[in-house]
Design a protein around this ligand. Structure first.
Ligand code: IVH
Length: 672
């Protein structure tokens, strides 16, 4: 029996550590908060009873942290604490009693929404934003100033005002639901991993390496706490401070309320329990803060959280309903996604008929049986999730759900790559949703943007046998008469469509590459590949390792591109597209030289720079006649080094005695 317990402790430890890693580092949440807490509680109680089996690295011993390798780590001047949670009126009354015991009955609370994003600490000096740091583990976090500067609502410079010379202001960075849905849809269309909810999207965005990419994803920020030396001399209370902070130019949420009694607090909570669904962003509760600074000080802190504030968490809305059946959707890349079809049920203001089941692992984890009664939850996610089964309602003898071994659309045996949770149908040439999906992707607005042709036209032409491969689009003009004879299309619309197809031939290489629909290759990756390798032939000639050496291209993407481009069918198709006149090379831009001070010299850029992105710096060098190269050799004239340059590059450059210069040196060379 003891062996069984040890095994369970090991299993929970491993699972929870992995969830923590996924959540804090990869910004993914494959499990609901509720299930995570259940597992953590189970582990805690097992460890209490059998301390001999506790792993020193147990997730019960630490709070997760979001510190990643890529950014400078900065210690917080004032630790970034978390908040105690309450889930019901009773627990909140107990908090109020604890407060009153210490500070007496003259207490006011500020009620704020608890924004579901990532917390950020901003430092201003003389009214200028000088540093932005994530929460990290509360003691130290990642310095992400350049990324935060792209958030429009965060001022870079404050107008003149009565703010302290140095202060820190804390708040929450988040993404509005509408922006999340729009951008996530684009990711899905592009076949890149989508995010589960706006919070993950926001935290994934703040951790990107390239501020220009961050700027493309609209983030917003509410500020909710001020720190400064001698702050209490400036303001007597939190409420006063947030009014002042507003006048300095910071965005404070308008739904913040000064409450004179617990009754006020409870009505604020119950109002927002329903009204929250009308907000344009997600909240997961309410934060209740003692208003008076002197009282806050009297109350102090525990090791993890202030005694003067607490959060009231709304329960993720959950309902029970019957599983009618599971269907399997096949996407354009062949990925098979299981979907639970449910007996319709009302949840968080909408009728839910379908819920996501992610993949085969999830079905196994839930131990789902046919006809089960399931719990469905709508947390931060847009698509509701099946989070568990009501075992008591399971009829005797029902069969467990078995993941299909063959494609539900075409009957081909499904494949699952090592380390991947997703099953794929490999029959890309004979499986309808893949064929039609690839054609529809190809003509999409962000790809070839073919005017006069829509998703329905593609479906019809496919059914008529006019389209099968994407290259067939460019042969349509040979069927003009046949097309014009079709009842549904007027001659004019066929002419428009053919003109649209002709026009698409001038789309740049990066769009063509994106349009091919290679698994894991979205807009950004296509651009990076095109810019780096310049021609399709060079990408075909590159090894997967060479591709993975390009910034932001990981091993999984590199393998996918490599495999795609080494499939004879794909090469044949690319050949046909080339023949049709599509661009498979980047157009060498005619560089209008701004100067010739770097003429004849070669440069290699490494590391990150405060004032330039690497692309900007390369452009600057090239516009003054310099030539960029991609590897260090004895022929290299200069290595331009920023922060966090790889140690092996540095060692190699030193060994070859290549001058190592800064971005400032480049500016000096250009403007001596
Ligand atoms: S006050 C010591 N106010 O909730 C006071 N936090 O569970 C700490 N949060 O890390 C924060 N909305 O990321 C505060 N109106 C609000 C908040 C808020 C969201 C987050 C914040 C914090 C976490 C604590």
């Amino acid at each position: 029996m003891l062996a069984g317990i040890q095994e369970r402790i090991d299993q929970l430890t491993q699972e929870l550590n992995d969830y923590n890693y996924q959540y804090y580092v990869l910004a993914n949440s494959p499990i609901s908060d509720y299930d995570f807490d259940l597992k953590l509680k189970e582990l805690e109680s097992l460890e209490l009873e059998y301390p001999q089996f506790r792993d020193p690295n147990s997730p019960t011993q630490k709070v997760g942290g979001d510190i990643t390798q890529k950014f400078r780590t900065v210690a917080h001047r004032w630790p970034m604490l978390s908040l105690g949670n309450t889930y019901n009126e009773q627990e909140l009354r107990e908090f109020d009693e604890r407060v009153r015991k210490v500070v007496g009955d003259q207490v006011q609370y500020v009620c704020e929404l608890k924004f579901d994003g990532l917390s950020i600490s901003l430092t201003y000096e003389d009214g200028t934003l000088v540093q932005a740091v994530t929460r990290g583990d509360g003691v130290q976090g990642d310095e992400v100033t350049n990324n935060v500067k792209t958030v429009r609502r965060i001022p870079h410079h404050l107008k003149k005002g009565n703010y302290p010379a140095t202060f820190e202001i804390r708040g929450e960075i988040f993404m509005h639901r509408a922006a999340f849905e729009r951008l996530n849809k684009q990711r899905q269309d592009a076949g890149v991993q989508s995010y589960a909810n706006p919070r993950n999207f926001a935290s994934g965005t703040i951790k990107l390496q390239d501020p220009k990419e961050v700027a493309k994803r609209p983030l917003d920020c509410f500020l909710y706490f001020l720190y400064a030396d001698n702050r209490n001399r400036l303001f007597a209370s939190h409420w006063e401070s947030i009014q002042a902070v507003k006048s300095w130019g910071f965005q404070i949420c308008e739904h913040t309320s000064l409450c004179h009694s617990m009754d006020n607090v409870f009505s604020f909570i119950s109002h927002w329990d329903t009204a929250r669904h009308q907000l344009s962003y997600d909240i997961d509760g309410i934060v209740i803060k003692v208003n008076d600074y002197a009282q806050q000080e009297e109350l102090g802190f525990t090791a993890k959280s202030p005694r003067w504030a607490i959060s009231y968490k709304y329960k993720a809305e959950r309902v029970e309903t019957e599983l009618e059946r599971i269907t399997y959707q096949v996407g354009r890349t062949g990925a098979v996604t299981p979907v639970a079809n449910l007996k319709p049920v009302l949840l968080a203001g909408t009728t839910v008929k379908r819920a996501s089941l992610h993949n085969a692992n999830e079905i196994a984890r839930l131990d789902l049986h046919e006809g089960d009664t399931v719990y469905v939850e709508k947390g931060g996610e847009i698509i509701p999730k099946v989070i568990g089964v009501n075992g008591e309602k399971r009829a005797i003898g029902t069969a467990p759900i078995v993941y299909p071994s063959v494609c539900p659309e075409c009957g081909t045996e499904l494949l699952r790559q090592e380390g991947e949770a997703v099953h794929y149908c490999p029959n890309e040439d004979g499986c309808k949703p893949q064929i039609v999906g690839k054609l529809q992707h190809f003509i999409g607005r962000k790809m070839m943007d073919i005017q006069g042709m829509g998703d329905e036209t593609i479906e019809t032409f496919y059914k008529l046998g006019l389209l099968h491969k994407i290259a067939d689009i460019y042969s349509l003009k040979e069927h003009q008469e046949e097309l014009k004879g079709l009842a549904r299309f007027g001659a004019k619309s066929i002419d428009n469509m053919l003109a649209g197809i002709e026009q698409s031939k001038s789309k740049p290489f990066e769009k063509v590459l994106f349009a091919l629909g290679i698994r894991h290759v979205g807009e950004t990756i296509a651009k990076k590949l095109a810019q780096h390798f310049k021609t399709i032939d060079q990408i075909i000639a590159a090894s997967a390792e060479e591709m993975a050496a390009v910034q932001d291209i990981g091993g999984r993407i590199a393998d996918s591109v490599y495999n795609y481009l080494h499939d004879p069918q794909h090469l044949l198709e690319i050949g046909r597209l080339k023949e049709a006149g599509l661009r498979f090379e980047i157009e060498e831009q005619e560089v209008v030289l701004a100067g010739d001070s770097l003429m004849g010299k070669t440069f290699l850029i490494s590391g990150v720079f405060a004032d330039f992105s690497r692309d900007e710096l390369a452009q600057l060098i090239e516009s003054h006649g310099g030539k960029m190269v991609s590897s260090i050799s004895a022929k290299l004239n200069y290595l331009v080094a920023g922060d966090k340059m790889g140690p092996s590059k540095l060692a190699k450059a030193e060994k070859l005695q290549i001058p190592i210069i800064s971005d400032q040196d480049i500016l000096n060379m250009i403007n001596p």
